[in-house]
Write a protein that binds this ligand. Structure first.
Ligand SMILES: O=C(O)CCC(=O)C(=O)O
Ligand SMILES: [Fe+2]
Length: 195
């Protein structure tokens, strides 16, 4: 409960900063409901005797607006960048966002969509290790439980004649539904919402 409450505060702060980074009013993304629908998933990856034969979590990008991930010291998270998998090693005490031990923020498919490609969602996966267990805690903003009929589409203020909308709008619920139909480890549903 405490963790969720702190995450909600962090969410307000982050979405304020992301709004400003997009050149929008600081309250813009919060007013769109982006900091709502918090879902928290805790992962437990046991030590694996043959880590080369499996994965902790397969390649994917997160679906909601933003994910804040807390990971322990074991490591295993990888991010897909410039056509290769890059380790995202835990740095004890390092603050990527100014809270807790080791936080990192990844943009999810929905922020990708509403920002019209200005923020890009990041594909990632987690390996397993022969040492462990490894524990991580992912806080997802814009979780499937966000039951609103609101259609999320590229933000009008970010569009121009030279920068037309790249995606069709969709509700959070439909977005999750269609993504779960396709399963993890296949191309993002964003490609199917392209105009
Ligand atoms: O455990 C990790 O490092 C990644 C977890 C993750 O990607 C997720 O929960 O979406
Ligand atoms: Fe993820």
């Amino acid at each position: 409960m405490d963790y969720s409450a702190e995450m909600l505060k962090l969410g307000d702060l982050l979405f304020g900063l992301f709004s400003e980074a997009l050149g929008l009013d600081p309250a813009h993304l919060k007013e769109m409901g982006c900091s709502e629908g918090l879902g928290i998933a805790s992962h437990y990856y046991p030590a694996c005797p043959q880590p080369d034969l499996t994965l902790g979590i397969a390649r994917h990008s997160d679906l909601g607006f933003v994910t804040v991930l807390l990971q322990d010291h074991v490591g295993g998270l990888q991010v897909f960048r410039r056509d290769r998998w890059v380790d995202f090693p835990p740095t004890p005490g390092a603050l990527v966002v100014n809270v807790g031990d080791m936080f990192q923020v990844s943009f999810s498919d929905f922020v990708h969509l509403i920002s019209n490609d200005k923020f890009k969602s990041v594909e990632h996966r987690a390996l397993v290790r022969s040492v462990g267990p490894r524990v991580s805690v992912a806080a997802f903003f814009g979780n499937e439980g966000l039951s609103t009929s609101r259609i999320y589409e590229p933000i009008k203020e970010l569009l121009s004649e030279d920068d037309p909308p790249k995606y069709h709008g969709i509700t959070v619920r439909d977005f999750f539904f269609r993504s779960f139909q396709k399963g993890i480890d296949s191309s993002s549903i964003l490609s199917r919402l392209k105009r």
